[in-house]
Design a protein around this ligand. Structure first.
Ligand code: COA
Length: 173
C-alpha cells in the first residue's frame, strides 16, 4: 500500500467508501470527452466496480495497473494511474481531475510524483502517454514534467465512432 503525501493532496490507493466522491468528481462530459475508459454518465455502480477492480489488482504480486486516488480532505478529486505495466520496463500513465480543481497545478504535481514512483520504485525505464491531439491541458501537464513528444499518431483512437489523432509522449529514465 503506497501512500505519497504532498502539500495540497495525498496519493493513495482506492478504498471502499470512495464510491460517492469518485462518482461526483468524475461524472463530467468534459472528462469523458478526452478519455477512453471513463464512461458518461458515470454511475455509482461503475464506481463500485472500478474500486473493487483496483483493490483486487493491488493485491497481485505483479499488478498490470496501479491506480492512485488524489485525495483532498478525504474526497477522491482525481486520479493518476500506471497502466499496461511491463515489469522493469515500461508503463502508460493516465489521469483525470475533477473540474472544480482544474488549472491549480495539482495534476502536474501528481504526475511528477507518480512518474518518480514508476522510475524509482517499479524500476521502469519508459513511461508514456497517449493524448487526444486537441487536449492541450493534458499535453501541458506532460510537457511540464519533461515528457517529450514522440509524434502524432493519425486516426489512432475511435471515440463515439469518430477517428481521433493522438500525441505520443514519453519520458525515459
Ligand atoms: C488534463 C487534466 C488532468 C489537467 O489537470 P489540472 O490539474 O487542471 O492540470 P494542471 O493545473 O497541473 O495543468 C494544466 C495546464 O494546462 C493549461 N491549460 C488548461 N487548459 C488549456 C487549454 N485549453 N489550452 C492550453 N493550455 C491549457 C493550464 O493553464 C495549465 O498550465 P500552466 O500551469 O502552465 O498554466 C484535466 O484538465 C482533466 O482531467 N481533463 C479531462 C480528462 C483528461 O484529459 N485526462 C487526460 C487524458 S490523456
Amino acid at each position: 500500500m503506497v501512500v505519497i503525501k504532498s502539500k495540497k493532496f495525498i496519493l493513495r490507493p482506492y478504498k471502499k467508501g470512495d464510491e460517492k466522491s469518485l462518482q461526483k468528481n468524475i461524472n463530467d462530459k468534459d472528462i469523458y470527452k478526452y478519455t477512453l475508459r471513463i464512461p458518461y454518465p458515470y454511475t455509482i455502480k461503475v464506481a463500485k466496480k472500478w474500486i473493487t477492480y483496483c483493490i483486487n489488482e493491488s493485491k497481485k504480486k505483479t499488478p498490470k495497473e496501479i491506480a492512485f486516488a488524489i485525495d483532498i480532505n478525504g474526497d477522491v478529486v482525481g486520479a493518476v494511474g500506471l497502466h499496461n505495466i511491463e515489469k522493469n520496463h515500461k508503463a502508460e500513465i493516465g489521469y483525470w481531475m475533477g473540474k472544480k480543481h482544474w488549472n491549480r497545478g495539482i495534476m502536474t504535481k501528481a504526475v511528477k510524483l507518480v512518474t518518480n514512483f514508476g522510475f524509482n520504485k517499479l524500476k521502469l525505464r519508459r513511461i508514456y502517454a497517449n493524448v487526444f491531439s486537441l487536449n492541450r491541458a493534458s499535453a501541458k501537464v506532460l510537457e511540464k514534467n519533461g515528457y517529450k513528444l514522440e509524434g502524432k499518431m493519425k486516426d489512432y483512437h475511435v471515440k463515439d465512432r469518430k477517428l481521433i489523432d493522438a500525441l505520443l509522449y514519453s519520458k525515459l529514465k
